[in-house]
Design a protein around this ligand. Structure first.
Ligand code: GNR
Ligand code: NI
Length: 173
């Protein structure tokens, strides 16, 4: 297991529509392993492949926040939203590719997701609460979309400028 570097916005790889995974092979299993390690290490509750520079349709998540509870690491390959609730939910979102910036985003409160597991089998599950927010945030990443794309142009530009500055500073040290 290797921790991989997380790309910081703005980066062209975070804006791409990612390609479907064609086979669950050793490379995909190794990527899933690395993504989970990178997510837990960050720490974060989700991570999409493009955030580590791999523009494939794959994400990991674990929204069990309480350290006393059993972790639930999930790997979703080629995930699809098969149903969204009418009811909406707003959540103060953050993103590992946009460090220290938070904003309220409104999304369907519940979603049903179908995906391919590391076992090579189709799975389907309904998510609610933080899990629903997280899985929609991650699937957005696979379509080149970031949570700041839901904000007004002014707010988005302010955050983008901060990130450009942060990246310049990171490059100097
Ligand atoms: O760690 C994360 N926390 C989070 C909080 C609210 C809404 C979404 C998220 S996902 C984020 C990790 C991340 O950037 N995944 O792409
Ligand atoms: Ni994110």
């Amino acid at each position: 297991m290797t921790r991989r570097a997380i790309l910081i916005h703005p980066d062209p790889r975070l804006k791409k529509v990612c390609d479907p995974v064609t086979a669950v092979d050793d490379a995909v299993r190794a990527l899933a392993d690395d993504m989970l390690e990178t997510m837990y290490d960050a720490p974060g509750i989700g991570l999409a492949a493009p955030q580590v520079g791999v523009t494939k349709r794959m994400l990991v998540m674990d929204c069990v926040k309480d350290a006393a509870e059993t972790p639930r690491p999930m790997v979703l390959i080629n995930p699809e939203i098969t149903w969204s609730s009418e009811g909406l939910n707003s959540y103060e979102e953050g993103c590992l590719s946009i460090p220290d910036q938070y904003a309220s985003v409104t999304r369907p409160a519940e979603v049903e997701i179908a995906w391919l597991g590391l076992d090579g089998k189709r799975h389907s599950e309904r998510f609610e609460g933080l899990w629903a927010t997280c899985v929609q945030h991650e699937i957005d990443h696979l379509n080149g979309k970031l949570f700041i794309d839901y904000l007004g142009a002014l707010k988005r530009q302010m955050i983008t400028r901060k990130m450009e500055k942060l990246k310049r500073e990171m490059a100097r040290t």
